[in-house]
Ligand binder design. Sequence first.
Ligand SMILES: Nc1ncnc2c1ncn2[C@@H]1O[C@H](COP(=O)(O)OP(=O)(O)OP(=O)(O)O)[C@@H](O)[C@H]1O
Ligand SMILES: [Mg+2]
Length: 352
Amino acid sequence: MAASMYQRLMEHLSTAVLLLDGGLRVTWMNPAAEALLSLSLSRVQERELCPLMEKDDGMAAVLAKALEDCHPFTRREARLVLMGGEPLTVDFTATPLSHTELLLEVEPRDRLIRISREEALITRQEILKVLTRGLAHEVKNPLGGIRGAAQLLDRDLEDPAQHDFTRIIIEEADRLRDLVDSMLGPNRVMRPQPLNIHRVLERVRSLVLAESPGVCVERDYDPSLPDLAGDEAQMIQAVLNVARNAVEAMHEGATVAPRLLLRTRARRQFTLGARRHRLVSEVAILDNGPGIPEALQATLFYPMISGRADGSGLGLSIAQGILHQHQGLIECESVPGHTEFRLLIPLETRHD
Ligand SMILES: Nc1ncnc2c1ncn2[C@@H]1O[C@H](COP(=O)(O)OP(=O)(O)OP(=O)(O)O)[C@@H](O)[C@H]1O
Ligand SMILES: [Mg+2]
C-alpha cells in the first residue's frame, strides 16, 4: 500500500492516534486525537504531550516507562484534565516502535458513556413532549366546557351562597389550565436572535441576588464565547429555573456559606445526541448545597418530580424543554456539597 494510503487511513480513523519522540514530544497526531484532546497538531508539534494538559494522571511516567523498557503498555481509565478544565477519562495504549518513537492510541471512556446517556435524554424529552401534548389537549378541551357551563350557571343562580361553588369550579378549572400550560412549556414559537449568554447570566445573577441577598454568586466567564442564536427571554427562564433550585436547596439544607457559581466555557468538537458540533457553549451552574437526593436523580427532568413539599416539579422539565428547542440539553451531576448543572447549547453544527 502506498504511503499516502496509510496517511489517509490514519486521518480517517475514529480512534485517536499520536506519535511521540524519545522526549515524549508530539511528532504527529490524527484529527481524532486533535478532537479528543482539544489540541491542534500545528500548535503542539515538537512540544511535550503531557504538560499540555492540566492533569495527566501519571500518563507521562507510563509513557517514559514503555519507551525505556521497549514494551507496550495499556492503562485503563486514566483521568485526564485538559487545558480549560474539561475532564476526560481514557484508556490508552503506548507501543514503542523504537527507543525514540512511541505510538499512542487513546480511547475515550466517559464520552462514550455520556453520548449514549445524552441520546437517551433527548429521546426521553421527545416522548415526554408528545405525551404532554396529548394529555394537554385531552384536559384542556373539556375544561373549556366545564368553565363555560359554570359561568352560565353562575348567572342564573339566585342563592348568593351558591356562587361560591361556581367560583370554585371556575378557579380550579383555571388552575388546571395554567398547570397544563406550564407543563407544555413556552407556547410561542422561538424567534432566534443573536444572544449574548453572559447578558443572560448577568440578568439571572441580579435576580437571584435580589431574591436571596445571603447567597454569594460568583462568576467565571469565558469572554471569548461568541453570541449564539436563541430566545433571550426563554434562556433567562431556563437558567433561572436551575439557579433558583440551587438557592432553594442551599436554604433548605441550611448551607453555611451558600455559594453559587456561574461558569461558561467553549467546548470544541462536541457531540450532543447523534450530532457532532464544532462549537458548543457550556453554561454551568454550580452550588455547594446538600445535593440532589439519590432517588430523584434518574427522573429529575420529568414534570411533576419534586423533592420539595411546595414544589410543583416543573422547573427543570421546562428548562430542559427550552434547551431542547435550542438543539441543546441540560445534564447534571450531584454529590452532597457539589451540584453541577450544565446547559449545553450548540453554536455551530457540523453535518456529518
Ligand atoms: N441544585 C439542586 N440541589 C439539590 N436538589 C435539587 C437541585 N436542583 C433540583 N433539585 C431537586 O430537584 C427537584 C426538581 O426540581 P424542579 O425545578 O423540576 O421542581 P421544583 O423546584 O420542585 O418545583 P418548581 O421549580 O416547579 O417550583 C427539586 O424539588 C429538588 O428536590
Ligand atoms: Mg424548581
